[in-house]
Write a protein that binds this ligand. Structure first.
Ligand code: SF4
Ligand code: SF4
Length: 289
């Protein structure tokens, strides 16, 4: 089962939940993999303490124009949906940061003036983590905007996706990298906090998973602050609240020390295993409906 842990915004405790769920299931003997898809700011390794045994660079093929063959016809620029290649005054220029590596310009060039060269986007790193969890993360190069290819490659890396339970720590938000993380997931666990900001972003996240056709449940983190808006929304939208983690200064202090929630408070091991049971139940109910 592939469970994507997501949230409409950063700082809701998404990684805390992903790591604690992985550790709790691993502790009970379940084969678990955890992939940190938050490639712009990966931090699940802090709680899972992996040993990185494998490393791989993720490249994207981008066009390179041979000026001796190019006649400036502009057909490459016409076909590019991303304005990543332009033909101006007899010169053809490529903007690598805008290129999505689709290869269309290479295909249409009548002069065969374009070849494709690799451009490094980031790296994948993986290996065994605490409790025997199979762990991997993507790390996007600084300033690199193309997160999607790194996430897509991470999800196929080293057969981790074949573990009994795969937990994906998604990037925050609802943009393309989040969509790529959620793609193919069996269940989306949406972490939020009970505030107007949390509610706003939860609405967007629920809308996204519905468009993608992924069953979802909510975890309310820092329960006790804010108001009842998230509860009301979940009730009206028919999204189950699967777990609540109270606002507790001791939890915040443990996380700040780099301790996972279940390491600092072992009573949460059973709570996260119950959470998994509720996820499976909700998933089955959705499949049967
Ligand atoms: S399609 Fe080929 S020949 Fe025409 S401008 Fe582009 S690179 Fe040059
Ligand atoms: S590979 Fe695709 S995105 Fe990149 S410049 Fe060519 S047409 Fe544009």
């Amino acid at each position: 089962m592939i469970i994507a842990v997501a949230s409409g915004k950063g700082g809701t405790g998404k990684t805390t939940v992903a790591a604690s769920l992985a550790l709790s299931l691993a502790e009970s003997g379940q084969a678990v993999a955890c992939l940190d898809c938050d490639v712009e700011a990966p931090n699940a390794h802090i709680f899972l303490d992996p040993t990185f045994e494998h490393r791989e660079t993720v490249n994207q093929l981008i066009p390179e124009v041979d000026p001796d063959l190019c006649d400036g016809c502009g057909e490459c620029a016409d076909v590019c949906q991303f304005h990543a290649i332009v033909a101006l005054g007899g010169k053809t220029l490529v903007f690598p940061e805008l290129c999505h590596g689709c290869g269309s310009c290479t295909l249409v060039c009548p002069q065969k003036a374009i070849s494709e060269v690799p451009r490094p986007l980031g790296v994948l790193e993986g290996g065994p983590a605490a409790g025997g969890i199979g762990f991997a993360r993507g790390v996007l190069n600084v300033g690199e905007p193309m997160a999607v290819p790194v996430i897509a490659r991470l999800k196929k890396w080293h057969g981790l996706i074949d573990a009994g339970v795969v937990i994906l720590d998604s990037p925050p938000g609802t943009s393309c990298p989040v969509v790529e993380s959620l793609r193919g997931a069996d269940f989306a666990l949406l972490v939020t906090e009970p505030t107007p900001f949390g509610l706003h972003d939860l609405r967007l996240a629920v809308e996204l998973v519905r468009i993608l056709g992924i069953p979802a449940g909510v975890i309310i983190n820092r329960d006790g602050i804010g108001d009842a808006g998230v509860d009301d929304f979940c009730r009206d939208a028919g999204v189950p609240i699967l777990m609540r983690i109270p606002m507790d200064r001791r939890i915040a202090e443990a996380l700040a020390r780099g301790e996972s929630l279940v390491a600092a408070f072992p009573e949460y091991l059973d709570r996260f295993r119950d959470l998994y049971d509720r996820i499976v139940k909700t998933y089955r109910q959705d499949a049967a409906s």
